[in-house]
Design a protein around this ligand. Sequence first.
Ligand code: ADP
Ligand code: MG
Length: 250
Amino acid sequence: MVRSEGVCKSFGRLDVLKGIDLEVMPGEVMCVIGPSGSGKSTFLRCINHLEKINAGRLWVNGHLVGYRERGGKLHELRESEVAAQRRDIGMVFQRFNLFPHMTALENVMEAPVQVRRIPRAKAREAAVALLERVGLADKARSYPSQLSGGQQQRVAIARALAMEPALMLFDEPTSALDPELVGEVLEVMKQLAVDGMTMIVVTHEMGFAREVGDSLVFMDGGVVVEKGTPREVLANPRHQRTQDFLSKVL
Ligand code: ADP
Ligand code: MG
């Protein structure tokens, strides 16, 4: 579902990603941990077309991200083609950024109606089902300001799912939440994983990584330092940098 080969990204003279090689299989949940500034968000943003890579290759769902390869040469995709690729990917950020002037239901319906041109009645039906799936059937008419952080984040997940993505990216989805609200969001994500969604999750919730993750990646300084099953990486980190980091978060 995702293949990253030698992906590099720099901002000016700052090299943020220095050759990322990773693969995510369909249905796999890959958790990514690492210190602040190690390039985790930048990597997700490259996958989701929010940043352009400087070197390497990135494929999502069989498509080369942002480019077409012809005769050994790369040609940039047109904006409409990029938009089509992005539709395969749902992303949930640390901050929920729901549309504040729309109800939960309207937030979930918005992209299907505006982007996919799905008839309103059909989109509403799907949105109701999605809100039910994240445990918020009774909050359909509430505005974001009337919802807790955990509820808002669950609406954000429903909104991403409304585009029927093949891949979901989560960038520290629970780190802005009060501790007592973290569980309800992780529970929704866990259910999504059980249902077979392919996910990349940047998180420092080690319990989630251990229980739900198929693989665990430790990034530091723009490189993948260590990758394995969560059990391998957490119980037997092979690198000093991984050990140092884990001793701080566990
Ligand atoms: P993480 O998510 O692991 O904390 P980030 O990917 O957000 O790390 O950032 C990695 C590095 O890239 C940081 O040094 C950050 O300041 C820098 N960076 C991220 N985005 C930009 C940008 N748009 N312009 C310049 N520097 C950036
Ligand atoms: Mg980040």
